[in-house]
Ligand binder design. Sequence first.
Ligand code: NAD
Length: 488
Amino acid sequence: VALSQATLSELKGVDVPRYDRAGLTPGIVHIGLGNFHRAHQAWYLHRLMQEGLCHDWAIIGAGVRAGDAAQRERLLAQDCLTTLIELDPSGRSAEICGAMIDFLPVEPDNAALIARMAEPDVRIVSLTVTEGGYFIDPATGGFDAQHADIVHDAANPDAPRTAFGAMIAALARRRAAGHGAFTCQSCDNLQGNGAVLRQTIISLAALSDPELAAWIEAEASFPNSMVDCIVPATGPAEIALARGFGIDDAAPVTHENFRQWVIEDDFCAGRPDWDRVGATFSDRVHDFEMMKIRILNGGHQVIAGAGDLLGLETIAQTMAHDGIRGLLRKVVLDEIAPHVDPVPGMTPEAYLDLIERRFGNPEIRDTTRRVAFDGSSRQPGFIAPSIRNGLAAETPVEGLALVSALWARYCAGTREDGSVIEANDPNWELLNGTAKAAQKTPSSWLAMRQFYGDLADHARFADAFVHWLTAIYDDGVEATIAAYLKTA
Ligand code: NAD
């Protein structure tokens, strides 16, 4: 059955909206209508709507990139309905999410988007425009005022290219009309995503209208949030999965059987009660992020390179490997968890149990290669902070040294069976050259201070690293992991 409002009643064995979608009115404009939003924020809202709540908070979709026009066509053709397929290890299930009711035209000057966000019924503008979409200068972490799109938007505030320029233009109209501001809510996977969004919007506004920037700073709000749910991209396999449920959906979304959303309760114009359906309002978003980054993202770095070196293609396969599963557990319990504070309802140890289950889900085809990509950002971001904490607190760092050695072995560019690992990092050339040299002189790896800072100067860590990298080249990856697991 071709998915549409009219055909919902024909679907069998699929959960469909029980609310009257024609009676929904908008409250949210969402920019960046990719897969993640539809499996996460839109799903939370849909659950509320199923309970008869929040019918005045429906979502209007939007995009600021030419590529979003095709998504608009697809979704409008199916009345903005999305098939969500849950990849549960005990079986798949499907439901139709109906929280979105329209998709604005995608235009170079964003005129329709600005006009809609200026309407007072819009109380939240949310975004998923990727981690890289916020115009952050990687060197300073500050706003990148030199970017061509920013230069353009500063000079043309009434015809902006970026999502942020469009939001500023809409806020200017609301201010002139005497309407209040809306909440600006980032749902991207960035630490302190609300603070980052605030910096981008205020900095861009200040380039053309400092007074407006001050008004936005005073009137709008930018809640930080931690978002979590593994949502793969959609291709032919996902479209076929939807067909398996009898649904012809041009853009279905698959997702894991886990979701988390921890949000600062800072909404200047009201909000849905997302906590009634599983989200958490908390002023400790930072602590939740810390647990996630150190154990989930750090855990991914512990296992992905090792898995790829052994020719294991997916994260689920690495978790089925006794040695790698043991490595994850021991490194997290002995060396990462001691530096992670518990959060309400979750200890770091319980979080590890959860992560093991999620990583082990065989329904999700998350590749070791994807997760091992960009170690030059992810090792410094997700692993090195635990090493520093361990050195300062005099807790063990041997396992984290082994993780570094596995990364150095990975970047040498061959698997244990001799097959080639293709370039898998923006800095691959440097990493590959250094990794090859490190086979003879292991210490040269830690001398890359742009990634390791002063960690090479800490003998306890540096000696362990040299020991493990030598062992990996002498005895192989599996035997070295086994040797580590035998240590006290
Ligand atoms: P996606 O590729 O399906 O969609 C990305 C959307 O962002 C598209 O609409 C695209 O047009 C838009 N976009 C990309 N770059 C942009 C830019 N510079 N300016 C404006 N719009 C831009 O990706 P997705 O799975 O929806 O993920 C989007 C984001 O959601 C991620 O980058 C991440 O921050 C967050 N997230 C995703 C997952 C996941 O598992 N997919 C999990 C947690 C968080």
